[in-house]
Structure formats: C-alpha cells, structure tokens
Write a new protein. Structure first.
Length: 375
C-alpha cells in the first residue's frame, strides 16, 4: 500500500504540524507533499519523511511571503502527481485537500478550517488596514474563483471522508461545502505539562500574531486594567501590537516548548481572545492546571468548562475587562485537578484511534480489502 500525506506548508511547528506529526505515527512509510518546505522548521519525525515541495517554492520570495501567492496555491497543489498512491490523508487549512487522487484511491481529509482567508475570515486578512490596497483588491478579485475551487475539490468525488477538528468547524464545512463531516478533536501533548502548579500574578497569552487572534483587544483591556500580561509568540502583527502595549505588557518572543510549559504552570490565568477553529493553547493551559478566560465562540466552547474557566462576549476589550475583573473575584472557583482532567480527555492516543477508525471506514466503503490497509 502506498500512502501520501499532504499538508499546506512546513514553515514551523504550530497546532496543525503537531496534528500532522500524530498522523505520521500512523503512516510512518508515507510520502509527504507540501507547497513550501523550509529546512529545520519542523520536527525530526516530520522531516524524516520523503518530502516533495511544489514548484511554488522555487518562485522568488515564496519562502518568505508564501501567503502572498495564495491565488497560485490551488494550481501548485493540483500539480502533484499522486498516481500509484492507494491512500491520501490530507491535513488542510488552506489547499492541501485539493490534490488529485488516482482512480480507485481513497482520500480522507482532516480539515483544520475551510480556506479561512477566503471564507469567514476574509476581512480579518484583507480588510482595510490589514493589507496594502493592491493586495486587498487582488484578494477581492480572486475570492469568487478560490471559493469555487475550494468547494469543488471538497466534493465526494475528490474526497471520500471529511473530518472537522471540532463541531464548530463541522458546521463551517456544512456551510461551505454542503457536506457532513465527522469530528475528531486535536490533542495536547500531555507529557509536556506535568510541572507543579504555582500560580503567580501574570496573565498569559501564547500564539501567532495573526489578525484574527485579536491580541490587540487583550492588550487594550490589560492596558486599561493595568494588570500584568505576558505574551509569547510572533508574527505579522508584532510591530503593531508592540506599539500599542503599555507598561504592564511584556513580550517574550518565540520560546522553546519547555519555557512555555513553565509559563503555563505559573500564570494566573490563560487569556484566549480569538474565535478559533479549535484552539490547542487553552488545552495546554488546562493540562498545566491553569484556568482559561476565553471568547465564548468557536472551538473553546467545546473544551473549556465552568470549572476550568470562564467566557466573555462580545469580542471587545470591554468584555475582556469584565471577564478579568470577574476572574479576580472568583479565581478560587477554578480547580487545578479539574483543568488537568479535562485536558486529559484530548489525548494523542484518542486522536489517532478515532482518525484510524474513519480511515478504515472510508477504505471499506470504497470496496478496498481490509487486509490491504496498513495502519
């Protein structure tokens, strides 16, 4: 049996790449196909696979500004020749699910989100103030074509089974593609978060500085509250966020996993202002025994419980302030053991078991002999 794995790009280890790593465990002899592959940016386990990048990587500037080449990505992904592969498992938040399978092959796609740049988060990436005018005009011009392509490659003829990473995303898949998706939740690497809980005074945020993460709202809230907030990460909005941060905000940049685990263990609470597809970082905080203050929409609604954190609505600085003030009064209501127990429900082993079950089901539904499936 020949297996192909596809992933949008390999430019760092974030939530999607840890999911890919768990998929690699199931298919250690697979070949990996991706648009962009930057050496040294992913784990040794992923890097060990035979990996083929697309012609997009050879274009000038693509390695640094690959998101600017979004209109070309569908063509690059469809250019891969997967003739001879019996099974394709795609890990997709953009175009990785758009590969063409050979007749008789089975394609199972794990969807982190429908192409977020062109669907529900278009304005957050290409609205006024988010991109230069020529880029915004080009994105608006290409949007209908990219959405049409995204919908067509998500058909039952191209993909045998769709998997959403949350009920929230399963609903987005239904809206965008008109198909039902099974749900397999991602996981937190629980082995990283075993330190004793020693809550301090600092609130914590961890993540990429992308527009939809809404770090700006949390910074405004903590500026006004004059409470300490530590921020870990980097990204396209970093300069803008640093400009508006007050004296109680500290930026630590990108840190090793062990250092981040230490911050989770000692933070007062973890702040999560984004409408996220799922959200790994709240799970990591809870795995460390830390409570979560989260925007009450999206994947966080499926992980955070009343005994492990609280929600705020609407998505405004004022609502974050109200939630933090409420937390300051009620922090003793949140139990470390309950936080750790909740995170433990989202294990790597559970993810792999459920994903393997769906792959077996799609394989059988295609009439392929069970004995041929190596998983």
């Amino acid at each position: 049996m020949k297996v192909a794995l596809t992933h949008d790009w390999l430019t760092g280890m974030r939530g999607g790449e840890y999911v890919l790593e768990a998929i690699v465990d199931l298919f250690p002899k697979a070949d990996l196909f991706t648009l962009i592959n930057l050496p040294g940016k992913v784990s040794a386990k992923i890097a060990a696979l035979p990996t083929r990048s697309s012609w997009l990587q050879r274009l000038p500037g693509a390695a640094e500004r690959y998101r600017s080449f979004l209109p070309l990505m569908p063509f690059a992904m469809e250019s891969f020749d997967l003739t001879g592969y019996d099974l394709i498992v795609s890990s997709s938040h953009c175009v990785a699910k758009g590969v063409r399978k050979a007749p008789g092959a089975v394609h199972v796609s794990y969807i982190h989100a429908p192409m977020r740049y062109m669907w529900d988060r278009f304005d957050q990436y290409f609205g006024p103030g988010q991109a230069p005018l020529p880029v915004r005009l080009a994105a608006r011009a290409f949007r209908p074509l990219l959405r049409s392509w995204d919908r067509s490659v998500s058909s039952a003829e191209r993909i045998d089974a769709l998997i959403g990473n949350s009920r929230f995303i399963a609903g987005r898949i239904r809206q965008a593609y008109g198909r039902e998706a099974k749900v397999v939740y991602p996981f937190a690497d629980l082995r990283r978060f075993t330190r004793p809980r020693q809550a301090g005074k600092d609130y914590l945020m961890v993540g990429a500085f992308a527009p939809y993460k809404r770090f700006d709202l949390a910074i405004e809230a903590f500026n006004r509250l004059k409470l300490p907030l530590v921020i870990v990460g980097g990204g396209q909005d970093e300069a803008k966020l640093r400009r508006v941060a007050g004296s109680t905000i500290r930026f630590l940049g990108a840190l090793p996993n062990d250092d981040i685990a230490g911050l989770y263990a000692t933070c007062k609470a973890f702040v999560f202002p984004a409408e996220e597809d799922f959200g790994i970082t709240p799970l990591e905080a809870m795995a460390s025994g830390a409570p979560v203050i989260a925007y009450g929409v999206g994947g966080a609604m499926e992980t955070v419980r009343p005994e492990t954190g609280l929600f705020f609505r609407p998505q405004t600085a004022e609502a974050i302030m109200d939630a933090v003030v409420r937390f300051e009064r009620e922090d003793t209501l949140f139990d470390e053991a309950a936080c750790r127990a909740r995170a433990a429900e989202f294990s790597r082993e559970r993810f792999q078991r459920e994903l393997a079950g769906i792959v077996r089901g799609a394989w059988a539904a295609a009439g392929r002999p069970a004995a041929d499936l190596e998983i």
